[in-house]
Design a protein around this ligand. Sequence first.
Ligand code: ADP
Ligand code: MG
Length: 250
Amino acid sequence: MIRFEDVTKSFGKREILRGVNLEIEKGKTTVIFGVSGGGKSTIIKHMVGLLKPDSGVITVEGIRVDNADENTLREIRKKVGFLFQHGALFDSMNIRDNVAFPMMEHQKLTSKELEYKIDEKLTMVGLESKIVKSLYPEELSGGMRKRVGLARTLALEPEVILYDEPTSGLDPVTSDFITQMICRLRDEMGMTSVLISHDIAESFKAGDNYAMLFDGIIVEAGDKEAFQNSPNEVVQQFIHARSNGPIAFH
Ligand SMILES: Nc1ncnc2c1ncn2[C@@H]1O[C@H](COP(=O)(O)OP(=O)(O)O)[C@@H](O)[C@H]1O
Ligand SMILES: [Mg+2]
């Protein structure tokens, strides 16, 4: 579904991605592990063209993202939804308008269809649509804002969802809900998901495939069993979260 071939990216003199090779399988959840500041968000921003690589090729269903024009990027962003690390709701818009926004931008719906879809998406993420629609983001808890963010991501009915640390800073109930949601979307709709998470237990509940980013490259990738049994020391240290090793993890 998504493929990276020898992708490099520097910010200033710092080379963050040094030749990333990665394949995201359709209909599966792929977890990307890595240290804080290692370049995980940088990788998923490349998947929707929010960043351009210095070299290498990135494709979504065979379509080049790395050198895509604005029209192609628009099409890719309809297909690939992004749940940002920090909510990213519009504070000046109520919840209805936040969820409506991408649909108004990208789709031609009658007002009846639009209202139906707003209710449908808010209900999908476990919110009482009638109650929350008229509220503003600041009136909601962090967990509810995250659910609204997910409803907004679901609004365009994407084929892929990129989750950037979707549960960090959330209460356990909402974290668990998000994890279950990732699984339900896969099982019921065949959704492809990419998940970045610091919560290793949660990631092993949600994921099918795993990739370990370390020092700018993917040092290991495979399904859950292969990954958990990897002889790679970086992988073993990360999944067993030993803090006394030579590699500092957060
Ligand atoms: N737009 C940017 N400009 C400059 N530096 C950036 C930019 N985006 C990320 N970085 C730097 O690249 C490194 C990797 O960042 P990031 O991909 O966010 O890591 P992770 O998501 O794994 O924590 C960090 O050191 C970060 O400061
Ligand atoms: Mg990040």
